[in-house]
Design a protein around this ligand. Structure first.
Ligand SMILES: Cc1cc2nc3c(=O)[nH]c(=O)nc-3n(C[C@H](O)[C@H](O)[C@H](O)COP(=O)(O)O)c2cc1C
Length: 245
C-alpha cells in the first residue's frame, strides 16, 4: 500500500478539535488542492467560503442543528454549488445563460463535492481532521443570508477542519462485494451483504459506545428513510434561481 491509499483507507470523521488555528499556508494548500479536483468541462461551478469569525460559526452551528463542533473547529468551510460566476462570464460575452435545466444543478453540485473531497484529503495528509456538515441544509435560506450568497449559489454542505482532539475508530464500510459489480449490476447479493454488514456495525457500535448503542445499519436506514428529509430543498433551490425543468 502506498501512502495515499493508506491515508484514504484510514479516514475517520473528526468532531473534536484543539484550539490550534490553521496557518495561511495550510488553508492555501487545502483550497488549491480542492481546486485541482476534476471539474465538468472546466466549469469550476463551485465556491468555498472559509468561516473563522466566532459569532458566524456559532450561528452556523445552531443552524446546522446545534452541532457544536461547527463552532469549535478553527475553520468551517462551506462548499457551494455556484452558477453565478458562470452567469457573470456569459454576461461579459453578452450571452443569455441557459440554466433552466436539471443538468447545471447536477454539474455544480458534483463539482462542489469533488472539490470538498480533495480538500478533506489534503487536510488529512497534513495531520488535520474534519467532518462534512450536511446539517447546514436544515436552514439553507438562513445560511445563505448569513454568508451573503448571491442568486444561483447554494450551500451544499459545510466542513469542519482542525487539529484532531480525538482518535476515533475507523467506521467499517460494507464488504467490497456489496458495492462493486463486475460488468453488470447484481442486486441478488444484497440481502446477504446487508446481513453481514449489520453484524459488523453492531459490533462497531457496541465497541464505540461501551455497549450503550445496539443498532444495525439496516435498522438505521429503515428509520432514516421512513420520513422525508429536508423536504424544503426544492423550493429553496428554486428561490435561489435553480431550475429543474
Ligand atoms: C455530505 C455529507 C454530509 C454529512 N453531514 C454530517 C453532519 O451534518 N454531521 C455529522 O456529524 N456528520 C456528517 N457527515 C459525516 C458522516 O456521518 C460520516 O462521513 C459517515 O458516517 C462515515 O463516517 P466516517 O467519515 O468517520 O468514515 C456527513 C458526511 C457527508 C459526506
Amino acid at each position: 500500500m502506498n501512502e495515499v491509499i493508506r491515508l484514504l483507507q484510514n479516514h475517520r470523521s473528526i468532531r473534536k478539535f484543539t484550539e490550534q488555528k490553521l496557518s495561511e499556508e495550510q488553508i492555501e494548500a487545502i483550497i488549491k488542492s480542492a481546486q485541482m479536483a476534476s471539474t465538468s468541462s472546466n466549469v469550476q461551478a463551485y465556491s468555498i467560503i472559509g468561516v473563522t469569525d466566532p459569532q458566524m460559526k456559532k450561528e452556523l452551528a445552531h443552524l446546522a442543528g446545534d452541532q457544536k463542533y461547527v463552532e469549535e473547529c478553527p475553520i468551517f468551510f462551506v462548499f457551494c454549488a455556484d452558477l453565478h460566476r458562470i452567469q457573470t462570464a456569459c454576461r461579459m460575452r453578452e450571452q443569455e445563460m441557459m440554466y433552466q435545466l436539471m443538468e447545471p444543478f447536477i454539474v455544480s453540485t458534483v463539482d462542489a463535492a469533488l472539490a470538498a473531497q480533495n480538500a478533506i484529503v489534503a487536510a488529512e495528509s497534513m495531520g488535520l481532521g474534519g467532518v462534512y456538515i450536511g446539517g447546514i441544509r436544515n436552514h439553507p435560506g438562513a445560511v445563505s443570508e448569513l454568508l451573503q450568497l448571491p442568486p444561483l449559489v447554494y450551500p451544499v454542505f459545510g466542513m469542519c477542519i482542525g487539529y484532531p482532539a480525538q482518535d476515533p475508530l475507523v467506521r467499517p464500510r460494507m464488504r467490497m462485494e456489496a458495492i462493486y459489480h463486475e460488468n453488470t449490476y447484481d442486486p441478488g447479493k444484497y440481502e446477504k451483504e446487508i446481513e453481514h454488514y449489520d453484524e459488523v456495525m453492531k459490533e462497531y457500535y457496541i465497541k464505540r459506545s461501551n455497549g450503550k448503542m445496539q443498532t444495525t445499519w439496516s435498522e438505521q436506514m429503515a428509520e432514516r428513510f421512513s420520513k422525508p428529509v429536508r423536504a424544503h430543498m426544492r423550493k429553496f433551490l428554486e428561490e435561489r434561481g435553480f431550475r429543474f425543468d
